[in-house]
Design a protein around this ligand. Structure first.
Ligand SMILES: Cc1cc2nc3c(=O)[nH]c(=O)nc-3n(C[C@H](O)[C@H](O)[C@H](O)COP(=O)(O)O)c2cc1C
Length: 367
């Protein structure tokens, strides 16, 4: 069914297609909730996990950026996600970069986007998260980013993060700090050990002051290549995170480079700047999950994201060390049915190898 809808959607530019798809999802979550259940329902006890002090009925989540304004939470619950991460949300609302700002690369099963953190702002999103926390019994996380405004820097940038944390963290099942957005001039400022240290110090102090138990996780960029030699800078970032007692990692965000593409150079240069997602970043996102798992001896949950579009790829990421996985580009190309297909496939793969729970396979191939 999605293949027919996809031909219609793919006739439009990527952002208009997303807008229409999101409208259809919002209509369906209101008008046909039972139909959605019967279309997408699949549950299995071997997919259950307790993480961050919460129950995850399955490991397949919605990646940040798809539901920036927390409008589609019921749809993705009905579509079978085990959790949803809304955002990135910033303290102030943002229009983002001028359009066009999202592009499909079908030959690479990839996307390039430079949305630039368009979102309605923390205050507008708070009541939606509050409603979800009261009515929808499954984990809903929020991803926070600095307001897209180059004038907000240094201490003001940290206060900006703190402002959205204050507004939204009380309603979130975990808070992800997006320090790796490639689409704003200043978005990656915090992928520097000293600045990250200051940011985490402020956020973890605030968390304590507010007496919140909410877990805080940090989202990293992918390394440049699959056989990456992670420099000491990356190790320093991990140490800073551990020093502040953060609760987990997300690996990875989109990539700024254009490595490993088959799409013509001409088309790529016509598209211009933006973050690359989908199959071309899969191997290196997987590599970073392994690296993080080894560096932390598997003690903190890792959320694996980047190029996952089927059960085998999800299984590989979990064996590499991810307790949870997320999808964005895979959803665009495969449609929401991919969530059920991945869950079913994970159970089949576990059964074939004699495993009765996901918790038995997390990180078994991280060495
Ligand atoms: C159009 C688009 C918008 C995105 N917006 C955000 C965002 O606001 N915050 C964020 O942390 N990641 C954002 N991402 C990154 C995704 O969450 C994910 O990390 C990345 O796309 C890799 O996963 P994928 O290969 O499954 O797409 C965005 C990705 C895309 C394609």
């Amino acid at each position: 069914m999605y293949s027919k809808l996809r031909s219609l959607l793919f006739a439009l530019d990527a952002e208009s297609a997303h807008f229409i798809g999101a409208g259809a999802a919002r209509f369906a979550q209101r008008a046909t909730p039972f139909m959605l259940n019967s279309m997408f329902e699949y549950a299995h006890p071997s997919l259950h996990q307790e993480l961050f002090g919460k129950t995850f009925s399955n490991p397949v989540g919605l990646a940040a950026g798809f539901d920036k304004n927390a409008r589609m939470i019921p749809f993705f619950k009905k579509a079978g996600c085990g959790f949803v991460e809304v955002g990135s949300v910033s303290a102030k609302k943002c229009k983002g970069n001028p359009r066009p700002r999202a592009f499909r690369l079908p030959d690479d099963q990839a996307l390039i986007n430079r949305m630039g953190l368009n979102n309605a702002g923390a205050k507008a999103i708070r009541p939606r998260l509050e409603k979800a926390a009261g009515q929808i019994a499954f984990p809903v996380a929020v991803n926070l980013a600095k307001t897209h405004d180059p004038k907000i820097e240094g201490k003001a940038a940290i206060e900006d993060f703190c402002e959205s944390f204050r507004i939204l963290a009380p309603w979130a099942d975990y808070v992800a700090l997006n320090i790796s957005c490639p689409n704003t001039a200043e978005g990656k400022t915090f992928e520097d050990p000293n600045s990250l240290d200051e940011l985490l110090s402020a956020i973890m102090t605030l968390r304590k002051e507010l007496a919140l138990e909410v877990p805080v996780v940090v989202k990293f960029s992918p390394p440049l290549a699959e056989s990456f030699i992670l420099d000491s800078l990356f190790d320093e970032l991990i140490l800073v995170c551990l020093g502040h007692g953060i609760h987990g990692f997300i690996a990875t965000n989109t990539a700024s480079d254009r490595n490993g593409l088959v799409t013509s150079k001409e088309r790529i240069s016509k598209i211009g700047n933006g973050g690359l997602s989908g199959q071309p970043i899969r191997a290196r996102a997987n590599g970073l999950v392994k690296y993080l798992y080894r560096k932390t001896s598997g003690k903190l949950p890792i959320i694996g994201v980047g190029g996952i579009a089927n059960a085998a790829q999800a299984y590989e990421r979990i064996k590499s060390g991810a307790s949870l996985i997320q999808l964005y580009t895979g959803l665009v190309y495969q449609g929401p049915g991919v969530i059920r297909d991945i869950k079913k496939g994970l159970v089949r793969l576990m059964e074939e190898e004699g495993h009765s729970s996901l918790t038995h396979i997390v990180g078994i191939e991280a060495k």
